[in-house]
Design a protein around this ligand. Structure first.
Ligand code: SF4
Length: 215
């Protein structure tokens, strides 16, 4: 039977992506070896989690009665059984998101899943982990591409990649200021760029800066 290492399952408002502001159930999987310098979910990244079957996960998710579900981490794609989980969630939920680092292939992800994929910026220290072949796939799926911005060099990198990969017209490109970085500065950079980029504030952190988990 397929099982996964789960860090937590909780309900909150979706804080990121084009679904920001909607109630959402999060399945946060345990474990990540990508190693970003600014990891904001380090507890989950280093945790070995609790082993749960897909049926057990589904039971907890469905108890919330929420049509929007996100599988996140950690890095969900480090667990092979995540594909079965995602497909099962698609069979039972209205809208399924996957949040992933961009370091692992997304082409095996169920086509019904809305993929939100990071492109790691230089300040993360792991920009080299990005898998270039994911760009063709995210464009084909019209998935969401996220850049976390800690300084001007990160923003310039994001603009360069978004233009080079011809993403701006085809996919939502999310520009997300890192925790503690002045979002108004990033907003100004977006306006000055003249590009169709979307400022993404981490809404859950604005509303509940000290809460991680169920609200
Ligand atoms: S990919 Fe995500 S969970 Fe993994 S180290 Fe980076 S920020 Fe943390």
């Amino acid at each position: 039977m397929s099982a996964l290492r789960v860090y937590s399952i909780f309900r909150s408002l979706q804080g990121e992506s084009t679904r920001a502001g909607l109630p959402c159930v999060f399945v946060r999987l345990a474990g990540c070896t990508v190693g970003c310098l600014f990891c904001d979910t380090r507890d989950a990244a280093v945790s070995s989690g609790r082993v749960m079957t897909i049926d057990e996960i589904l039971q907890q998710v469905s108890a919330f009665g929420c049509p929007l579900v996100e599988v996140t981490g950690g890095e969900p794609l480090e667990q092979p059984s995540v594909h079965a989980l995602l497909s099962t969630l698609c069979d039972t939920s209205g809208d399924v998101l996957l949040e992933t680092s961009g370091a692992y292939p997304i082409d095996e992800v169920d086509a019904r899943v809305r993929v939100v994929m990071d492109v790691k910026t230089p300040s993360s220290g792991v920009a080299h982990r990005f898998l270039d072949r994911n760009i063709d796939e995210i464009r084909r799926r019209r998935g969401e591409v996220k850049f976390v911005i800690s300084d001007q060099a990160d923003f310039d990198f994001a603009v360069e990649r978004a233009v080079q990969w011809n993403l701006v017209e085809s996919n939502p490109v999310l520009i997300s200021p890192a925790a503690g970085f002045d979002a108004a500065v990033v907003a100004r950079w977006i306006l000055d760029s003249g590009l169709h980029l979307r400022l993404q504030l981490q809404l859950h952190r604005v509303l509940w800066p000290d809460v991680q988990g169920d609200i």
